[in-house]
Design a protein around this ligand. Structure first.
Ligand code: BJW
Ligand code: ZN
Length: 246
């Protein structure tokens, strides 16, 4: 793939780069996205599954949905897009990944600096005493598990609608985005806030914004460079470009 000259120039000089990622980067690993024709929200209602009220109303149903998704995630492997991001650590002083994904694939790929804005499906905690449980510890439960310390309900450590993002993670991620030279926005519809403030903060502070998505999104008209295609193809292409110029 041929890239525009101004982008190649930015790549040459950049010291600090950030990847703001969403479900689309894991699509090529076989993990469904949320929106769009094949998305999870076509089959399942967010208000019945992705809020604390929904969990209290029907903990077994919500738990079953996360068990189904945890299995998909466990069987998935990082794809060429996740792996290209790891390789880019060779070419820049700082590479950070700010992800909305809960699938742990950036960590499993080997990225060093990963900021998970919406939690991680492999962690769980008791809603009463906050004791943490790994997915392995809860494997044999049918229905929503109960805490062995206090009998409270155990929930996945993910951020549901109406819940605050982990404050320290979000504020650190925002500061990193603001200080970046290039911010790549990869595989996200960029409509869920406050996560979607990240590209805005980056651009307002002078970062060069590059979008990688299979289709135009809400933010395509104001990014510096929009690359249409699969992240599992475009990110390795960018890595090839770096090998030539750095
Ligand atoms: C590819 C590809 C390939 C495919 N290559 N690309 C009105 C206005 C503004 C805000 C609100 C509002 N009404 C309500 C709100 C708030 C709400 C919100 O933003 N709602 C919007 C939907 C409107 N936000 C919240 O509730 C947040 N909390 C909050 O606001 O708290 C306030 C508060 C403060 C203080 C105290 C108390 C409260 C929390 C949001 C949590 C979001 N949670 C979820 C579920 C996480 C757990 C789980 O996974 O089960 O997070 S929802 C879901 O959306 C998930 C994702 O992380 C998030 C973003 O989705 P993402 O990643 O962008 O996926 P898709 O599917 O949308 O897009 C995929 C993209 O990939 C597409 O563009 C494809 O084209 C592309 N693609 N294949 C490249 N191969
Ligand atoms: Zn407990």
């Amino acid at each position: 793939m041929d890239f525009r000259d101004d982008f190649v120039e930015k790549l040459k000089n950049a010291k600090s780069i950030v990847f703001f990622t969403g479900a689309g980067i894991s699509a090529e690993s076989g993990i469904p996205t949320f929106r769009g024709n094949e998305g999870l929200w076509k089959k399942f209602k967010p208000e019945e599954l992705a809020s604390f009220d929904a969990f209290i109303r029907n903990p077994d149903l919500v738990w079953e949905w996360y068990t189904y998704r945890r299995k998909i995630v466990e069987e998935a492997k990082p794809n060429a897009g996740h792996l290209a991001i790891v390789e880019m650590e060779k070419y820049f002083e700082d590479v950070s990944v700010i992800t909305q994904n809960i699938d742990n694939l950036h960590n499993r790929a080997g990225s060093k600096n990963v900021y998970e804005l919406h939690g991680n499906i492999e962690r769980n905690y008791c809603i009463d005493c906050k004791t943490y449980y790994s997915a392995d510890e809860l494997e044999n439960w049918s229905g929503a598990p109960r805490c062995k310390m206090c009998e409270g309900l155990i929930r996945p450590d993910v951020v549901w609608f109406g819940e605050p993002l982990p404050h320290y993670v979000f504020s650190t991620a925002e500061a990193i985005a603001k200080n970046s030279d290039i911010c790549f926005v990869v595989g996200t519809s960029a409509i869920v806030y406050p996560a979607a403030y990240i590209p805005h903060s980056a651009k307002e502070n002078g970062s060069y914004l590059v979008e990688i998505n299979v289709e135009p999104t809400e933010i395509s008209h104001w990014v510096d460079y929009s690359l249409i295609g699969k992240s599992g193809v475009i990110l390795p292409d960018i890595l090839n470009q770096l090998e030539k110029i750095k």
